[in-house]
Write a protein that binds this ligand. Structure first.
Ligand SMILES: [Zn+2]
Ligand SMILES: [Zn+2]
Length: 292
């Protein structure tokens, strides 16, 4: 990041490490958009947050190597498999005894992810329990809707999302810029949901679960996912600058997604379908004081 100027350094930057939903995709038809399940890096200035621990977390870990901060803050939208399966593969960070990985989970009535994650990462499902990995895990529970306040004073807004077992949306604001992560969710009637519209109001960027096409959706009603059309409706109503579609259906090939993106851009020219490793920089609108 050293090649970025002061304004970029003080804005919000997102990088997509996994954009596929439900399960990975692989093969020659899945090259442009990528196949890893959700993992998004968010930087407020130089301050790092990781959203979700899908299989893309491994790529994030490999990219940053030992340069990740000593304390890593990992925010879970929820604990479905496609959002946690990458957790033990955050290498080399999990192999470093000086690192603390703090997880935040907001969809379990205040309970943390500890029990769920311990259950999943124990023999015979996974050979090494998380507490045997050298890095220390600290799990925090909250209720979606609360504002998270971190030790350094950073604050992140949250909102409950309509999804089986619930999910949490996040709102980051820094340097006069706002980015929201809204996945996984299924749209509701009436749409846009008034609380969600208020939550994303005026955001520079909304990352939105657009897993299904409008044609596919009726057969997938109740699965907990939305469409890019509903994302556009939400962003229009809330005056959002850019829309990034994520949680891509594993059977949607590059060709299909490029076609969908054309339709998406016709409806909202600043919208796009997120690509693995794509970086979006929202430069700060003004200099901001360092966080305490
Ligand atoms: Zn998912
Ligand atoms: Zn889910």
């Amino acid at each position: 990041m050293s090649n970025r100027g002061p304004i970029e350094q003080e804005g919000v930057t997102l990088r997509f490490w996994g954009v596929r939903g439900s399960t990975c995709a692989s093969g020659p038809d899945f090259v442009q958009f990528g196949g890893h399940t959700p993992c998004v890096e968010v930087r407020c200035g130089e301050r790092l947050f990781i959203l979700d621990a899908g299989s893309g977390l491994n790529a994030l870990g490999a990219h940053h190597g030992t340069s990740l901060p000593r304390r890593v803050d990992l925010l879970f939208s929820h604990l479905h498999l496609d959002h946690i399966a990458g957790l033990p593969f955050l290498k080399p960070a999990v192999l470093d005894p000086s690192r603390e990985i703090h997880t935040y989970c907001g969809n379990l009535d205040g309970a943390s992810a500890a029990e769920t994650v311990d259950r999943l990462f124990s023999p015979p499902i996974f050979p090494i329990p998380l507490d045997v990995l050298p890095a220390r895990f600290v799990h925090h529970g909250f209720r979606a809707g609360e504002t998270l306040t971190f030790e350094d004073g950073m604050q992140v807004g949250t909102i409950p999302l309509h999804h089986p077992q619930g999910a949490t949306g996040f709102r980051f604001r820094h340097g006069g810029r706002t980015a929201c992560y809204i996945s996984d969710l299924e749209h509701t009637e009436p749409w846009p949901d008034p609380a969600l519209r208020r939550f994303v109001e005026g955001a520079d960027l909304v990352v939105y679960d657009g897993m299904f096409t409008q044609g596919e959706y009726p057969a997938c009603r109740g699965w907990g996912h939305s469409t890019w059309e509903k994302g556009v409706e939400l962003c229009r109503a809330a005056g959002v600058g850019q829309l990034a579609i994520i949680h891509l259906y594993p059977q949607h090939t590059d060709t299909m997604l490029l076609g969908m993106e054309q339709q998406l851009k016709a409806a909202m020219p600043t919208a796009f379908i997120a690509r693995e490793r794509q970086e979006i920089v929202l430069p700060a609108l003004a200099r901001v004081p360092a966080v305490a």
